[in-house]
Design a protein around this ligand. Structure first.
Ligand SMILES: [Zn+2]
Length: 409
């Protein structure tokens, strides 16, 4: 019985035998059985126990053998477990809970989903899209259950949108290990509350720093839920806010110049927003020309450029002194958007200066957010945020996998 023994070896089963391999509906069916007289481990505690009876036959989709869709068919045994004192179902080596996919197939599909869009993986293996989705969900469920959050010291909170602002997802990252630790639909206070409800106990007393956007409801909740952690405003968000202020000044001024000199500020957005060292020669020349005119946008630009010094200080005191000076310039600039920005900084002074106590920023997150966008494109066919979040955990969570995975890859 060469084929049966070959199939048994590919499956890697020990306490079970391949009874028969046959064709059915264009696929292979591998019929398995227990070894007569062998004890089987209890599905609950693992104690080797005597087999009592059998349940009805069940099918599992398995990794295609020789390119042919393959099903495993088996009637699970029930054992009399002395340790549990009850009759329980055996631990089936290729099965995870009630899932109708074999463990091997789950991990094989899931591994490909890290590289390819889900629908392509479905085509490649000749399975339905929902089978692929189920496999990734199983892999993520396993990973979340077995992962270790002990080393999480600094977390970053950020949000991303899918489909141009239609679906928002709030992500919590482990900044040190650059991994996603939590993802939830929405970007409201309720979203963040859900994160805390799930992880507060585990994280309390361990988290040293949290990096987030300057959004008051978030700030209040973080201070309430993790009072011992240092809250640091994310540098990138702060800079982004300043750039938005500069851009508002430019837009307003361009609007005013519409009648007299409509060409002057046209297509200059990036010139003002980029760091000067990143400008092209052409952009630099144009900036040189614009700087000689007495433009409000130029004043805003100079204030933006001088603000960069803020991040270079070694001490809180130095940075604070600088910020006070900058605040005076900004509030006397007669530029409303810049003034508003300056006041926001002033109102959040302590949390802003925390950066000099704990230098964390969401820089690592930016890279992961880019990856998250790729995942979003990959999940073409995702109908709900739930699948998107599953895919995010799968690709960005650095989730653990069982040892067997490598066998099938
Ligand atoms: Zn037991």
């Amino acid at each position: 019985m060469l084929i049966e023994s070959m199939v048994r070896r590919t499956l890697g089963v020990k306490r079970h035998v391949v009874k028969r391999v046959f064709e059915e509906d264009g696929g292979l069916v591998v019929e398995l059985d227990i070894r007569r007289g062998w004890r089987q481990p209890c599905g609950t505690c693992g104690t080797m126990s005597r087999v009592r009876d059998r349940l009805a036959t069940r099918d599992w989709r398995h990794v295609p053998l020789w390119g042919i869709p393959t099903t495993m068919r088996y009637a699970p045994a029930r054992v009399r477990c002395e340790h549990c004192g009850r009759i329980l179902v055996e631990a089936i080596p290729w099965s995870q809970g009630k899932c109708r996919l074999s463990t091997g197939l789950i991990w094989l599909l899931a591994a490909w989903c890290k590289l390819l869009p889900w629908d392509q993986v479905a085509n490649l293996f000749g399975v339905h899209w929902s089978t692929v989705a189920a496999a990734v969900q199983q892999a993520v469920a396993y990973g979340l259950e077995h992962r270790d959050l002990d080393g999480v010291l600094y977390i970053g909170i950020d949000e991303i949108s899918r489909r141009k602002g239609h679906v928002y997802v709030t992500n919590v990252y482990d900044l040190k290990h650059k991994r996603l630790i939590w993802s939830g639909e929405g970007r409201s206070l309720e979203t963040l509350a859900r994160f805390f409800n799930e992880h507060e106990e585990a994280l309390k007393g361990r988290i040293k720093g949290i990096c987030c956007d300057m959004w008051q409801p978030y700030i209040d909740m973080i201070k309430l839920r993790l009072p011992d952690a240092v809250l640091v405003f994310d540098k990138f968000h702060v800079v982004q806010k300043l750039l938005q202020a500069v851009d508002t000044v430019r837009r307003d001024e361009a609007h005013e110049l519409k009648k007299t000199n409509p060409e002057l500020l046209k297509k200059t957005r990036h010139i003002w927003l980029k760091n000067p060292e990143n400008l092209t020669d052409k952009q630099r020349a144009r900036l040189g020309h614009l700087e000689q005119l007495n433009l409000r946008t130029n004043r805003a630009y100079l204030l933006k450029e001088s603000f960069r010094e803020f991040w270079s200080y070694d001490t809180k005191e130095g940075a604070c002194k600088f910020l006070k000076k900058w605040f005076w310039w900004a509030t006397h600039s007669r530029l409303k958007p810049i003034r508003n920005f300056a006041w926001t900084m002033r109102n959040h002074l302590d949390d802003l200066l925390n950066y000099f106590e704990l230098r964390i920023d969401n820089g690592a997150v930016e890279g992961m957010n880019n990856k998250a966008k790729v995942v979003s494109h990959r999940c073409y066919g995702f109908r709900t945020a739930t699948y998107y979040i599953t895919a995010l955990y799968h690709c960005l969570g650095q989730l653990p996998e069982p040892q067997l995975v490598h066998k099938f890859l």
